[in-house]
Design a binder for this molecule. Structure first.
Ligand SMILES: C[S@@+](CC[C@H](N)C(=O)[O-])C[C@H]1O[C@@H](n2cnc3c(N)ncnc32)[C@H](O)[C@@H]1O
Length: 386
């Protein structure tokens, strides 16, 4: 191994809001020491080997970024001149394509799209002046991804080591309405305390995100296992030998999925069909039990089980739909109490009103954003004696 692979650099690993402590705990399990949980992510020094382990192994991270530089930035001229001065040819080789993402808040520059455009102009002009030819932007499959984070007039430009956002695992070929993001699903499984040996149920499984994440966890399948590319392969510092070592070490931990561990059901035939399609992308097709059913029709008891689920919720509900939703949560509360004694349930709940229908008091709650809505997950302990 090349010794530069051991040298550490500061990284920012982003994640959804309120998942920062869970991400830090996950990084420890991946063998990463140090680092601090901050707003929307963890700042941590990583070696090349660590970076590959995090990109390939983290189930909770959204993006893995290496900050290239920070500067005060009150105007688009300042953004352009600071970015132009950077040595881009060190990062973007002749003929490579790139893409910019930008987030802007509380700053003189108010539009992220405009900020991204200014940064793109600076990079294009700087490289054209060095190479004599302008590089191309590729929005879908760039070689290099650059991120701009502008907050309170402080700009940070970073280089992606992940292939865009990490919640794209590569197994989702068909989605249904309102699928949960894969990294949120993984966070809920961790939050539920599921030990990977207890039977796990999702009675509103939709396209199966929670259960596919559970299967990956139970089998030690790395989060990036089904992805065609990880994102760091086109970077100038890519070290194929180190990547090969990390991948073979992590892949060697994979074990088969036990039968009778993971169960899913959903009332909707299209959702079950989408789940089956997604399952075929994985080796779990014969081991996850799947049934099309209204939860009310299921015959328990499902004793000592862990239920992790994301029931339907509505945004801008039509008249009457709100009452239907309340009824559904109320019946599901009764179902948990009567059919799942001695177990635990972790449920995504869109608002306090619906939570009241469940009867039990949650032991813990985790607030997060799901598809632009603030929701929370509640964790219930279901007593055997009702
Ligand atoms: C928010 S979606 C779940 C999405 C899923 N977590 C995913 O990632 O694809 C809610 C699901 O509940 C299902 N559903 C609604 N009413 C149901 C009922 N009475 N019994 C079982 N499933 C139901 C819907 O068909 C839908 O797939």
């Amino acid at each position: 191994m090349n010794t530069s692979a051991l040298k550490q650099h500061p990284f920012f690993i982003s994640c959804p809001r309120n998942l920062e402590p869970l991400l830090l705990a996950e990084l420890r399990e991946l063998g990463i020491e140090g680092g601090n949980a901050e707003y929307l992510g963890v700042t941590v020094p990583l070696s090349q080997e660590d970076v590959y382990r995090v990109v390939y192994g983290s189930r909770l991270a959204s993006r893995v970024l290496r900050p290239l530089g920070s500067f005060e930035c009150y105007s688009s001229e300042e953004l352009y001149s600071n970015a132009y001065a950077f040595n881009w040819s060190q990062l973007i080789q002749f003929g490579q394509t790139f893409k910019i993402t930008a987030t802007v808040s509380d700053s003189g520059i108010t539009h992220s799209h405009y900020a991204a455009l200014k940064l793109k102009d600076a990079i294009v002009d700087s490289l054209r002046d060095q190479y004599g030819e302008r590089p191309n932007v590729d929005r879908d499959d760039p070689d290099i991804r650059i991120d701009l984070f502008l907050r309170r007039d402080q700009a940070t430009i970073s280089l992606y080591y992940s292939n865009g956002v990490l919640h794209r695992r590569g197994y989702r070929k068909q989605a249904v309405e309102a699928p949960i993001k894969e990294n949120l699903a993984a966070a809920l499984l961790r939050f539920s305390g599921w030990d990977k040996k207890q039977k796990l149920y999702d009675f509103f499984c939709g396209s199966g995100t929670l259960l596919l994440e559970a299967a990956m966890m139970a089998t030690n399948t790395p989060a990036g296992f089904f992805r065609d590319v990880q994102g760091f392969e086109t970077l100038p510092d890519f070290d194929a030998e180190v990547w090969e070592k990390v991948k073979s070490e992590m892949d060697s931990q994979i074990v088969p999925l036990p039968q009778d561990l993971i169960f899913g059901s959903d009332i909707d035939a299209k959702s079950i069909a989408a789940f089956r399609t997604n399952l075929l992308e994985t080796p779990f097709a014969d081991s996850i039990h799947l049934e099309r059913s209204d939860f009310n029709q299921l015959k328990g008891p499902f004793e000592d089980a862990v239920v992790v689920t994301n029931p339907p919720y509505g945004v801008r509900l039509e008249q009457g739909e709100d009452a239907i939703l309340h009824k559904l949560y109320e019946s599901f509360g009764r179902f948990l109490k009567t059919q799942c004694p001695g177990g635990k349930a972790c449920m995504v709940i869109p608002d306090e009103g619906l939570e009241k229908e469940i009867w039990f008091k949650p032991a813990k709650r985790l607030f997060f954003d799901n598809g632009g809505l603030e929701v929370h997950a509640s964790l219930y302990t279901i007593r055997k004696d009702g």
